[in-house]
Design a protein around this ligand. Structure first.
Ligand code: PAF
Length: 286
């Protein structure tokens, strides 16, 4: 049975009772408008934890002034139906006022990792993500928390936050879930017109081209150039960035010896989409 909680105290009370009974708790933080990507996180959490809490909260502090906070898609009833199917135990759906006191003055911020890649065009984004994820972890006190690899920078930032702040939670990264034609699942895909939806396939085409070149031993720079040319062949696409960075610290790389994140953000019309892949590094090569 899926329980709905809108108050922090409700979540705390339920989690406390579970812990008292010796049960483990998984947390899946989301902003709602759930799709199969989120479902895969919930199912993974369910397979590894006794109880699963899903937060469904469009976090205002991670949106810049000219971003899509108001238009971000929302459908809580539909979300609950999906969560019931996946076996989630509790959905936390707070109002913004429940999460943020009007006179709040505390942020969780991070140097370096949050100012590269998406951080260049979204300067306050990761401060908002770190702050809300920190709060959600404090509220739900999970043993494990689940995040998608599609938001690769977010995952790296959260892993670093948990390490730097000695947070007592295991962060689990889960693979990207794609549509049949390759487009990475995203709540923002709903913004795309039919023509844009078709054009958006240039992102996954670039990922596949990059993966092929990486397997053939090309340099990160050549791989990035090739991925850019795949995207530039699509007239409706405008590149924000395509970069190769160390998958853990997000610093630039010159070879594929360690795990390398090839990440991109691309505007299709007014919609900004992201996609990526990670190479395993020479020490992991089969
Ligand atoms: O990935 C998301 O949906 C959000 O950034 C997160 C982690 C739920 C924080 O609001």
């Amino acid at each position: 049975m899926l329980e709905i909680a809108t108050k922090i105290a409700q979540v705390r009370e339920r989690v406390k009772a579970w812990k008292k009974a010796g049960l483990t708790v998984g947390l899946v933080p989301t902003m709602g408008y759930l799709h199969e990507g989120h479902a895969s996180l919930v199912k993974r959490a369910k397979s590894e934890c006794d109880r699963v809490v899903v937060s469904d909260f469009v976090n205002p502090t991670q949106f810049g002034p000219n971003e899509d906070l108001e238009s971000y898609p929302r459908d809580f009833e539909r979300d609950c139906a999906l969560l019931k199917d996946c076996g989630a135990d509790l959905v936390f759906h707070p109002a913004p006022e429940e999460m943020y006191a009007p006179d709040r003055t505390t942020w969780v911020d991070m140097e370096r990792l949050s100012s590269v890649l998406c951080g260049k065009t979204r300067p306050i984004h990761f401060r908002g993500v770190c702050t809300v994820v920190n709060k959600l972890i404090n509220i739900a006190a999970p043993d494990r928390a689940y995040f998608g690899q599609k938001d690769a920078q977010q995952l790296a930032v959260i892993r670093r936050m948990v390490r730097d702040l000695n947070m007592d939670v295991v962060i689990v990264g889960c693979p990207i879930v794609r549509e049949e034609d390759g487009l990475a699942k995203s709540s923002r895909n709903t913004y795309l017109s039919a023509a844009e939806r078709q054009a958006a396939l240039c992102l996954s085409r670039a990922v596949r081209a990059g993966e092929r070149l990486a397997a053939a031993g090309a340099s990160p720079q050549d791989i990035v150039e090739d991925m850019k040319s795949v995207i530039q062949a699509e007239p409706m696409a405008r590149i924000d960035y395509v970069e190769a960075v160390d998958a853990v610290n997000l610093e630039p790389v010159t070879d594929l010896s360690g795990p390398v994140l090839f990440a991109m953000a691309v505007y299709i019309g007014r919609t900004r989409l992201i996609d990526n892949f990670i190479t395993k590094g020479a020490s992991h090569a089969a």
